[in-house]
Design a protein around this ligand. Structure first.
Ligand code: NDP
Length: 794
């Protein structure tokens, strides 16, 4: 046959990679592995192992330890002992260790690439060219953050011992994403890899010890989901960082609620791949190949929903189907294949059954006629055409090489379809008109948007989801903050609630009664009566009856959420505009200083000097957030490609805020102002004991041009209102500053839509201390970062 023939048919022989070194490593361990605890392999306490298989052949690869409570205990103990020494080593010391880990990965790159391909079933081409180099880049990049930590994160301290749970789709890369930032800033780690793919983590741990990583800094406990759950529940863990399914993410949110453990969740997705009619069609077809057939489609941010503008749909389908025919599926170690094996029979079954459902629900199925190996878990590249947006396959994450396609007519329709999912991990936008692409990107509910590109990742660029794709970011500066906590919050004391005063008669003599001023609720810019028509009395610390406020209920919260939702224009208002309104609020509050001072004295019993200081601090705080409104900006990342990634600070959306009893005016403003400065809309529950300073703000809000619905205030009992807000699926985030129980309830009940929570666990802040209660310390929680990748050049 001639070269021209091969060129035409693209048929070429296998190009197998040698696996001798990887097999020799397995043999060195007799293919039986313990956990890696305190710098060495440790046999499981209960002596139990499970078998891990090779997806491409179905053959046994090794036996891996099944972690028990005692194993988790030993690993957490080792990490706990190592943590203070690791933190004390300082940024430069840790930078040197992380650099050594990066170099170790580079030196053993081929061993890792081969082992990963055998264990997971993914093509060597991908492990060699993406997983391993990117893992090394993560350690190198984070060696840099360790080096700079003492300068760049001076007001932060490490969290302590981190429990990390990772999935099977990118075992080594997920390990790197998780442990590099955690170790860089002084935490130690207990990692639980996925049961299907534990081997690269064990190899990594072994080689880390060889390059001098101190014992206990990195511990690996293998096992199934029950081992993961043991780690989640262990009281010696300060934070759980999880990547995996939304279902397990919810369980973990529930299990950690109220425990004080930090949590980040990187969950599933159903990411749109939007092609406009002016796109480079051939480029976009290649993009689809990368979006959904990379890593067998077992990618959380896979572009699994193809949205095509109607005019080009048929042309696109033809070219895509033709391209599918050239894709090769085969053994992972063959360097000339495009797709390897699906990770396990159970995953293969899931893919098959979802495709069947898709066809039953009306989709037209195209599958590449590529030959599949006889044994092992293989599935061909698949396109489901003409899929209805409400079809199961358009909604459920398939986590396999299956693309579902639908069409749209206008850019608005594209945005609507793209956002028609409970997820929000990533999106690709294809158009040759940069104005159109950059107009669409901010409208997409996704943590990452790629313009004319897909599946780009870098250690310096944050990755993470909106909505039910989880919260928290991995990579870059924003990822570092997930492994630190503010120094100023370290010594908070538990809040002690003074006993409720006993009410005294308020008018014993024949005096003129005061004109009734029962505060209503403030919803949608109007003062409205509470739905239940109940009020609660407000007493001074000595029991004097000061007035009454409305008792808000479920219906009032529902109305407030609807009002906040319809005030969406606030999110799009310019930062300059929001700043002006915050200054205007400060101006109008200052005009009524004396009145607020008297109110604070009467309700809290503090001296007028202290009350005056609280009002002055509140005015200053409004000024601060007027200042921050157009200064807490995103940044431009420079990933190693020709292009940029714009890290945009976007508002979280509709946020519930429960305010504490101490410093009732200042705390209210300290919590509401950063949220509105960043474009969020708020449903605020004022201090339960001292709500009158907040209800007095109605008139200040009314006279300061705050658009209706931006700030809604519902008075009443915290326990019930926090519960209603937590369970409301149209509330995007919930901040709770109050009792320990309210914090726990907020975390536990927020799993419906996995809202972002910021809670104080009943620990008191000094609201006058700017370091503890003003600026980025809260602004960071008032935004979510969207990274928009814009490659340029040819
Ligand atoms: P899981 O979410 O079940 O697993 C992820 C990790 O969590 C694994 O290490 C797993 O252990 C562990 N785990 C499982 N149950 C618990 C628990 N109760 N507490 C703590 N840890 C637990 O994902 P699967 O691997 O089962 O895949 C199921 C589906 O999830 C896929 O079909 C896909 O749709 C989605 N998925 C999404 C990923 C993403 O990156 N977004 C990644 C992987 C899967 P073990 O492996 O031993 O079960």
């Amino acid at each position: 046959m001639s070269v021209a023939h091969y060129y035409e048919t693209m048929e070429y022989g296998p190009a197998p990679e040698a696996d001798g070194e990887a097999r020799a490593w397995l043999k060195k361990h007799d293919a039986v592995f313990g956990h890696f605890i305190g710098g060495e392999f440790a046999a499981p306490h209960a002596g139990k192992h499970f078998t891990t298989l090779e997806p491409a052949t179905g053959k046994t690869l090794a036996k891996v330890a099944q972690g028990s409570v005692a194993d988790v205990e030993a690993a957490v103990g080792a990490a706990r002992r190592a943590q203070p020494l690791w933190a004390r080593l300082g940024g430069h010391g840790r930078a040197r260790h992380l650099y050594a880990l990066a170099r170790m990965l580079q030196r053993h790159a081929r061993l890792f690439a081969v082992l990963e391909a055998i264990d997971n079933g993914k093509p060597l081409r991908e492990t060699r060219d993406l997983d391993v180099p990117l893992a090394a880049r993560h350690f190198l990049h984070h060696a840099g953050w360790a080096q700079l930590q003492e300068r760049e994160f001076v007001d932060q301290v490490p969290l302590g011992v981190i429990g990390q749970i990772i999935p099977w789709n990118f075992p080594l890369l997920m390990l790197a994403w998780k442990i590099a930032p955690a170790l860089a800033v002084g935490n130690t780690v207990v990692l639980k890899p996925a049961e299907f793919t534990s081997l690269s983590a064990l190899l990594f741990a072994e080689l880390s010890a060889q390059v001098g990583l101190p014992p206990g800094v990195l511990n690996v406990v293998t096992g199934d989901g029950t081992t993961g759950a043991m780690l989640v529940e262990h009281p010696g863990i300060d934070k759980i960082a999880f990547t995996g399914s939304t279902e397990v993410g919810r369980l973990i949110r529930q299990a950690t609620a109220g425990s004080g453990k930090s949590l980040t969740l990187e969950l599933g997705g159903k990411s749109p791949f939007i092609v406009f009619d002016d796109a480079d069609i051939d480029g976009a077809v290649e993009g689809v190949v990368d979006a959904i057939w990379f890593n067998q489609g077992e990618v959380c941010c896979a572009g699994s929903r193809l949205l095509l503008q109607e005019g080009i749909a048929e042309t696109f389908r033809k070219r895509l189907v033709r391209r599918m025919e050239t894709l090769r599926v085969g053994p992972p170690l063959d360097k000339s294949i495009d797709m390897g094996a699906v990770v396990a029979p159970i995953q293969l079954e899931r893919i098959k059954s979802l495709v069947e459902i898709g066809v039953k629900e009306g989709a037209q199925k195209y599958q590449a006629a590529t030959a599949l190996p006889q044994e092992g878990c293989f599935y061909p590249p698949t396109l489901l055409w003409n899929v209805h947006p409400s079809s199961t396959v358009a909604i459920e994450e398939i986590f396999g090489p299956v693309l579902v396609a639908m069409t749209f007519r206008t850019p608005d329709e594209a945005v609507m379809l793209a956002n028609n999912t409970r997820y929000g991990l990533a999106a690709s936008v294809w158009s040759e008109t940069i104005e159109l692409a950059l107009d669409i990107a901010p409208k997409l509910m996704a943590g990452v948007v790629w313009i004319n590109a897909t599946n780009l990742f870098d250690a310096g660029v944050g990755f993470g989801g909106y909505r039910e794709s989880g919260f928290g970011r991995e990579g870059g500066r924003e990822g570092i903050y997930e492994y630190l906590k503010p120094k100023a919050w370290s010594d908070r004391k538990p809040r002690v609630k003074p006993p409720m005063p006993i009410g005294s008669d308020h008018n014993s003599a024949f005096e003129l009664p005061p004109i009734d001023r029962t505060a209503k609720l403030f919803i949608g810019g109007k003062q409205v009566r509470p739905d239940g028509n109940y009020v609660r009395a407000v007493l001074s610390p000595k029991g004097k009856h000061l007035g009454e406020v409305g008792e808000g209920n479920r219906k009032d919260i529902r109305n407030a959420v609807a009002a906040a939702r319809s005030a969406e224009a606030w999110a799009k208002a310019t930062a300059h505009n929001r700043a002006q309104i915050l200054y205007y609020l400060a101006e109008n509050l200052s005009a009524r200083c004396d009145e607020f001072e008297a109110r604070v004295v009467a309700t809290t019993g503090v001296t007028s000097v202290k009350a005056r200081a609280e009002v002055a601090a509140s005015i200053e705080r409004l000024f601060s957030y007027g200042a921050w409104a157009d200064k807490y900006e995103g940044t431009v990342h420079l990933p190693p490609l020709r292009g940029v990634a714009l890290a945009m600070h976007e508002p979280v959306g509709v946020v519930g805020v429960a305010c504490p009893d101490e410093a009732p005016l200042l705390a209210f403003i300290s919590l509401v102002a950063p949220l509105i400065a960043m474009g969020n809309r708020v449903i605020a529950i004022p201090s339960e004991r001292h709500p009158l300073a907040a209800t007095d703000l109605y008139q200040v809000l009314e006279t300061s041009d705050v658009p209706p619905g931006v700030v809604n205030i519902v008075t009443g009992g915290h326990d019930s209102l926090v519960k209603i807000l937590a369970e409301h699926d149209d509330v995007d985030a919930l901040w709770v500053f109050g009792s320990k129980e309210a914090s726990a309830a907020a975390e536990k009940l927020s799993i419906g839509n996995l809202k972002r929570t910021l809670v104080d666990h009943g620990l008191m802040l000094d609201w006058h201390d700017k370091a503890a209660s003003e600026g980025p310390i809260l602004l960071r929680h008032a935004v979510q970062v969207k990274n928009i990748w814009i490659p340029y050049g040819d």
